[in-house]
Write a protein of this length. Structure first.
Length: 439
């Protein structure tokens, strides 16, 4: 059966910024049609009043606006799943005369600056991407013919034969692994952002996003030009409000190896603990371009782009908390032989998942705890081009990245970015093959 949507926040107010009594999202306002793991198909049904306006956002830059929707009217939506949830914002306009601008219709924060006293309600909803599994258990056993014996009227008079909290001798061997690994002062590993989509042929040389702080509800990050040329414009689009409000900021003429002059703060999803960021990089120079001629990604109108130029888009998933540090690692897992690229020789990657890599400690400690030391030299990266080349020029490397809900996906990345696979036990070098790498 469908997993119900989760309303994580709601507010009713006016476009002048005055708060009204919150109207709960009506039952059956969101009707789930299918949950496939990758997408959620659903409809938003008008259950508020005789006639209202609706603005529905699914994703960062898609806002569907419907005016004069009568009671019972609906709009079909497809939401893309990230880490097991699809995030949706529904804004309901109670005044027929109000016609919001397309770029502000789905953003509650922007609406409060419009003025005029128009009333609206906003709802932030996260929809699970998997249906609910209902197990049919066996019926309980038949009742006993007589009542069970009554409890004793007082405590027993004698102690137990053997003490319960001690042992006559210490354990034979000390534990092979520590029960926990302390996090270093540096916090999470470098560059934990994950590329989950792109539009264009050109891949960045090294990861352009650096996370500077994570605190579960927000993630702070910087954007850097890692190309060897000046970028005409860098557009950064991210969630910045409780109701999925997005902001898209442009920085012009970003020189090589320099940062965009802003430290961004992204809002995290409540259930998935991640934040999504879109980055567009353009080259409008008349000289030889560092972008491919087929790089023609479209910057959204709400980002206010200029004349069309060669453009590439990257979509990143930013974790809002450090991955869990390994605890109580089992000492019984056998060593796993590996190739130079890190792929197991005789066992599936599922075997490696039995001992999770502690992402907040050094590589040497991880390799020691998992008995899976990488055989490549310090100068080499986790995955190398010689083994799994990809990209127009064959200078990138294929990697397989796993997420708990989205499954396995193949990406073509620069060699340095593959080093992050050390910290993710189910990832491996090369294209995804049947979910797990095989010998």
């Amino acid at each position: 059966m469908p997993s119900p949507p989760k309303v994580v926040d709601s507010v009713c107010m006016t476009t002048s910024g005055d708060l009204n009594e919150t109207i709960a999202m009506p039952d059956n306002a969101i009707i789930i049609k299918s949950q496939t793991g990758r997408y959620v198909d659903f409809s938003v049904s008008q259950q508020w009043s005789d006639e209202v306006g609706l603005a529905i956002k699914s994703g960062l830059d898609t806002c569907i606006i419907k005016g004069n929707v009568t009671f019972g009217g609906s709009e079909d939506i497809r939401g893309e799943c990230i880490e097991g949830f699809a995030a949706v914002t529904v804004v309901v306009y109670m005044d027929d005369a109000f016609e919001p601008d397309e770029c502000e219709a789905c953003d509650a924060d922007d609406l409060t600056d419009v003025g005029g006293g128009y009333e609206f309600c906003a709802y932030r909803v996260e929809i699970p991407c998997e249906p609910m599994i209902v197990e049919c258990g066996e019926p309980s056993s038949a009742p006993t013919g007589e009542p069970t014996q009554s409890p004793t009227s007082g405590p027993t008079t004698s102690p137990s034969v053997v003490p319960t909290g001690s042992s006559d001798s210490p354990t034979n061997l000390p534990s092979q692994f520590p029960t926990s690994l302390e996090q270093p002062e540096d916090g999470c590993p470098e560059n934990p952002a994950v590329l989950i989509g792109s539009d264009g042929e050109t891949m960045y040389p090294t990861m352009p996003i650096e996370i500077t702080k994570q605190n579960v509800t927000h993630v702070h990050f910087k954007v850097t030009n890692t190309f060897g040329n000046t970028i005409s414009s860098v557009f950064t689009e991210y969630n910045m409000g409780n109701f999925g409000e997005t902001e898209c900021l442009e920085e012009e003429n970003v020189e090589k190896d320099s940062e965009v002059d802003i430290e961004f703060v992204g809002q995290c999803m409540v259930n998935a603990k991640i934040s999504i960021v879109n980055v567009w990089m353009t080259d409008c120079s008349s000289a030889a371009s560092f972008l491919d001629e087929s790089d023609n990604a479209e910057v959204p109108e709400c980002c206010h782009p200029g004349e069309p130029c060669r453009t590439v888009q990257y979509t990143f998933k930013l974790p809002c908390e450090c991955p869990e540090v390994v605890t109580n690692a089992s000492p019984t897992v056998s060593p796993v032989a590996s190739t130079k690229s890190g792929a197991p020789v005789s066992q599936s990657r599922r075997d490696l998942a039995e001992v999770k890599n502690p992402v907040s400690v050094s590589t040497q400690e991880i390799e020691s705890a998992t008995n899976n030391a990488a055989s490549n030299d310090n100068e080499d990266h986790f995955c190398v081009v010689e083994d799994y080349p990809c990209g127009p020029k064959g200078d990138k490397v294929h990697v397989c990245h796993y997420s708990a809900r989205d499954g396995y996906k193949t990406f073509c990345v620069p060699e340095p970015d593959s080093d992050a696979l050390r910290f993710y036990p189910k990832d491996y070098c090369g294209p995804c093959v049947g979910g797990y790498v095989s010998a």
